[in-house]
Design a protein around this ligand. Structure first.
Ligand SMILES: Nc1ncnc2c1ncn2[C@@H]1O[C@H](COP(=O)(O)OP(=O)(O)OP(=O)(O)O)[C@@H](O)[C@H]1O
Length: 300
């Protein structure tokens, strides 16, 4: 899938501001950004569910919105809000979806059985979706999104409300699907999930502020990452944040993680640290990349 110059304006607000994106087949492509940065709006345009103000979209080689109807047959989309019918059972929901996609009866039976087994949903087959937990609904929504064996699967925050074990299971499913050739675009706010992706695009205020393979993004971080530990670190947060050479400080357990673009930072920190505390350079994480890439908007 490729998008060029994709833009969406809601009156005076430019929610998506001329983004270029390219997603390779068989990859798990993470889509990150603070709340309101434009991810869902971009996704909705890619699926042909919302008209772009400007720009070109090509999904599986077909232009959108011109061929959106055909494209949608090959794309699975799991929205943030559940698109399941609450009064129907799991099986009834699946049967309905297959019918909408014009799947023949025999094929429909096969696919529903396969998917129910694949996602361990057999015990829930005949239960109504309404009273189920948020996590169960997410699992069912994912199963529903892959019923038609889409070539491209777009998942908008698929693991919110999901417990850690189910989350792990869902990610196993994502990689199995990618292994079989499905392309996945996954929006998430969870940094451990972002670390798992092959490729990441980070948005801020409607623009792409970082894009690349996970390792490459970490290596290209202009900031050095320093870790401060060895005592009462909490009172040191405002002290370090006030230093000119420090751009960001956050506490992680018993340590502080400090971002800086200046070489003098380690020296400056040592000058204000009480004795017994240390400051050492550490490897960058995707959270560091995210904080650096999206900090401009917060400062503004
Ligand atoms: N239909 C709409 N009409 C007007 N403004 C909208 C509409 N849809 C989204 N917006 C605005 O566009 C901006 C981007 O919203 P969007 O939902 O795309 O962000 P997001 O990155 O998906 O956020 P989140 O992480 O919270 O889901 C926000 O300021 C939002 O209020």
């Amino acid at each position: 899938m490729t998008v060029e110059g994709l833009t969406k304006q809601f009156g005076a607000l430019t929610a998506v501001d001329g983004i270029d994106m390219s997603i390779r087949r068989g990859q798990v492509h993470g889509f990150l950004g603070p709340n309101g940065s434009g991810k869902t709006t971009a996704i909705r345009m890619m699926c042909g569910l919302m008209q772009a103000s400007r720009g070109n979209i090509s999904v599986l080689g077909m232009p959108v919105p011109e061929q959106a109807a055909i494209v949608r047959r090959h794309v699975g989309y799991m929205t943030q809000r559940f698109s399941l019918y609450e009064d129907m059972t799991v099986r009834e929901n699946m049967r309905f979806l297959c019918q909408v996609h014009g799947m023949k009866r025999q094929r429909r039976r096969e696919r529903i059985s396969e998917v129910l087994e694949q996602f361990n949903l057999e015990p829930l087959t005949h239960q109504r979706v309404g009273p189920m937990s948020g996590g169960q609904k997410r699992r069912i929504a994912l199963a529903a999104a892959v019923l038609t064996q889409p070539e491209l699967l777009i998942l908008d925050e698929p693991t919110s409300e999901v417990d850690p074990n189910t989350r792990r299971e869902m990610w196993e499913h994502f990689f199995n699907l990618a292994q079989q050739g499905t392309t996945l675009l996954v929006s998430t706010h969870l940094m451990d999930e972002a670390e798992r992706c092959h490729h990441l695009t980070i948005m801020n205020q409607g623009r792409i502020v970082a894009d690349g393979a996970v390792m490459a993004l970490k290596q290209s971080l202009p900031n050095q990452v320093l870790e401060v530990k060895g005592g009462e670190v909490t009172p040191m947060v405002p002290v370090l944040a006030a230093l000119d050479s420090v751009s960001h400080v956050s506490q992680v357990g018993i340590a502080l993680r400090v971002l800086s673009t200046k070489n003098s930072a380690r020296h400056d920190i040592l000058e204000v640290l009480p004795s017994g505390m240390s400051v050492e350079p550490v490897a960058a994480s995707i959270e560091d990349v995210f904080v650096q890439a999206t900090s401009e908007g917060r400062r503004a």
